[in-house]
Design a protein. Structure first.
Length: 332
């Protein structure tokens, strides 16, 4: 059996990537090894180098995203799927989750406050102007959160309590595309690691605390009924989105867990922020998932529209002359 290689593609992280490589190699699974991705300029016919690649950085570096798409074409399993991740956005996620029956606060996507680069008011001729702000505010309600429809890290997120605060902050968003979402006045908040669309690890979380103190020490458990619903919704969302590694955040108000953020395909896993217990759980779970995928017969391109082309094209090679048909005289 040929060696199966698992590789980690990462950026500024210091603890999770080396711990993951060490864990996989310490499992001593026959014919499976782990290492860091090592690449240079990528040819369009680049042969498959790794069986599984765990992506932690391509959302910030287009070169890496292009490499991963090509690696998937050549047969590598990518965690997470770079094609879906590229196309995904948080507003679509909210709409999809709402259709699935997951509790989502009322959310509206808003036009850019400032025209995107290389556009003018003539580019916006299909847009109602001025917007019916009263209707939008009535649907969403206050307090509300103004936040980008894509992105993360709590960047450009504003809590607004009335129209005046909304416009003050909206006027500063430039050409970002923003959403306005009803602000859940939560009693509890949970962040969940979801791995392999099978395992859920709930973490008590305080988004109002300083970054290094947000994961509550001791991780007090949720009441059984709430825990069951959060785990069920977290799995349903990740299965629908196709993410094998993700975090899903729930804000609990009046006993209802509202899914607030669930597009985190490269979630924070540094021991210095998540804490030792959570760190060990995610390292073990991701290592086990990666090994399972490396040993599987999974075809990473099977669900893509271009999959049929990879089965072998039915074309005529114009460089190879066709055999000449014999004449009747030659047949005799």
């Amino acid at each position: 059996m040929s060696t199966k290689k698992i590789a980690i593609l990462f950026g500024m992280e210091n603890t999770f990537p080396p711990a993951l490589v060490e864990k996989i190699n310490s499992m001593k699974v026959d014919s499976v090894t782990a290492e860091f991705v090592n690449i240079g300029g990528i040819r369009m016919d680049e042969p498959k180098k790794y069986d599984v690649i765990i992506d932690r950085i391509s959302q910030d570096i287009p070169f890496y995203r292009a490499y991963l798409k090509n690696a998937m074409l050549q047969g590598s399993i990518i965690i997470n799927n770079p094609f879906w991740w590229t196309a995904d956005d948080k507003f679509f996620n909210y709409a999809m989750a709402h259709k699935m029956g997951v509790a989502i606060p009322p959310t509206v996507i808003l036009p850019h406050h400032k025209h995107p680069p290389d556009t003018t008011d003539r580019s916006m001729r299909n847009l109602v102007y001025p917007l019916n702000w009263e209707e939008i505010f009535a649907y969403v309600g206050f307090p509300a959160f103004l936040k980008p429809y894509a992105g993360g890290g709590w960047k450009h997120v504003y809590k607004v309590h009335n129209p005046e605060e909304f416009f003050h902050n909206y006027n500063q968003t430039g050409d970002l595309c923003m959403t306005l979402q009803h602000g859940v006045e939560f009693e509890d908040y949970y962040r969940c690691y979801v791995v392999g669309q099978e395992k859920v690890h709930m973490m008590k979380y305080d988004p109002k605390a300083p970054h290094h103190e947000r994961y509550v020490k001791g991780n007090p458990p949720a009441p059984p009924q709430l825990k069951e619903r959060i785990e069920k919704d977290a799995l349903a969302l990740c299965r629908a989105l196709g993410y094998d590694l993700n975090t899903v955040e729930f804000a609990v108000e009046d006993g209802i867990p509202y899914a607030i953020d669930f597009m985190n395909p490269a979630p924070d896993a540094e021991v210095t922020s998540v804490g030792q217990q959570n760190f060990e759980w995610v390292v073990d779970a991701v290592a086990e998932m990666a090994v399972k995928k490396a040993l599987s017969n999974e075809k990473p391109y099977a669900e893509m529209r271009w999959a049929s082309f990879l089965a072998g094209p039915k074309w005529v090679d114009l460089k190879t002359p066709k055999p000449r048909k014999k004449t009747a005289k030659e047949e005799r």
